[in-house]
Design a protein around this ligand. Structure first.
Ligand SMILES: [Zn+2]
Length: 333
């Protein structure tokens, strides 16, 4: 079997992917056509141009413009089902999709409409595309403490079926993790798992803060942990998984080049490393490609790639039967 066929055949769990950033051109086009008078082009060639990012700031800006289009339940369903369709193409069987729910509420969608749309999208994702979805609601990092609290309360009060985790995304440098300690406590009391981003562009101290202040159970990115041997040991000993998104790190400039990427060192240190795409639509990648990169850039063998797939399943909050099933299928390859 060719390596790309092997990678494709691995049943995969994706743990770090954002609803709006995941949207492929087709999906954004469908979304834009729901809002023909909006700022996002409804014509494919123009949309392609709109999606050519000049730099990270431009990327964040375009992300915001697309995000603001999401104002109806139909928009949310379009994004969810679009992700599932694209995910199925790379044999993703289970995903935890991050939704910045409060940002959609701020853009005008009603809370009940959002919850119903997630339920409908989730059902269709499984029935039509064979992808089991669960949700992580997150706080965009640039928000203040009060909006963080609003996000946590919304998650706790409306808790849609399939909501398993609470996260913290976006820019890290101006947003100390500890700022959202109270919000995370509210989400934790509601029974959600704690999965903030940390150490994408910030030093290991912020990963420690995510662990201590937010009681992180997994770390989004976490790549700067290699700078702190004690932290590496802690993550390995406690089995705290990191969600590494290689192409995203290069596209955002968080890591300068694949040669400087520390993914292999994390694996060597015994940290559970999972692989994700982060924003596959916007970064022009998919999960097969990310696994293949690990082979091409880091020299990972088939066994090591299977190990990454197993780590993704184990670190997920999927139901036990689904985890067993996926692990069995990986072992059988
Ligand atoms: Zn992310």
């Amino acid at each position: 079997m060719h390596i790309s066929d092997f990678v494709h055949a691995l049943p995969k769990a994706e743990l770090h992917v954002h609803l709006v950033g995941a949207a492929s051109l087709d999906t954004v086009l469908a979304l834009a056509r729901h809002h023909p008078d909006g700022p996002v082009p409804t014509d494919e060639a123009a949309l392609r141009k709109f999606y050519e990012f000049r730099n990270f700031r431009h990327f964040i800006n375009q992300y915001g413009v697309v995000n603001d289009l999401v104002t109806t339940g139909e928009d949310v369903r379009t994004l969810v089902v679009g992700y599932a369709r694209d995910a199925a193409r790379t044999n993703i069987r289970y995903a935890e999709l991050t939704i910045s729910a409060t940002s959609h509420l701020r853009a005008g969608i009603a809370p009940d409409e959002l919850v119903e749309a997630l339920a409908a999208g989730r059902e269709e994702a499984l029935a039509v595309h064979g992808v089991a979805l669960q949700w992580i609601f997150d706080i965009p990092g640039i928000w203040d403490r009060d909006w963080g609290m609003t996000s946590a309360r919304f998650a706790a009060d409306h808790r849609p079926e399939g909501l398993v985790g609470f996260g913290l995304g976006g820019f890290e440098s101006d947003s100390p993790r500890a700022k959202f300690r109270e919000a995370f406590a509210v989400a934790r009391d509601a029974g959600l798992h704690m999965v903030p981003h940390a150490g994408e562009t910030t030093p290991p101290s912020e990963i420690w803060a995510a662990l201590h202040d937010l009681r992180a159970e997994r770390i989004g990115h976490g790549v700067s942990s290699v700078q702190d041997p004690d932290l590496l040991r802690h993550l390995a000993d406690e089995g705290v998984a990191v969600e590494v998104c290689p192409t995203s790190n290069i596209r955002t400039g968080a890591v300068k080049s694949f040669d400087e990427h520390h993914l292999p060192r994390l694996v060597e240190a015994g940290v559970p490393v999972t692989i994700s795409t982060d924003d596959p639509g916007m970064f022009h990648t998919d999960l097969d490609r990310e696994y293949l990169l690990c082979h091409e850039r880091f020299g990972f063998s088939r066994d090591e790639l299977a190990g990454l797939a197993r780590a993704g399943v184990r670190a997920s909050f999927a139901p036990a039967e689904l985890k067993d099933q996926l692990l069995k299928e990986i072992d059988a390859l």
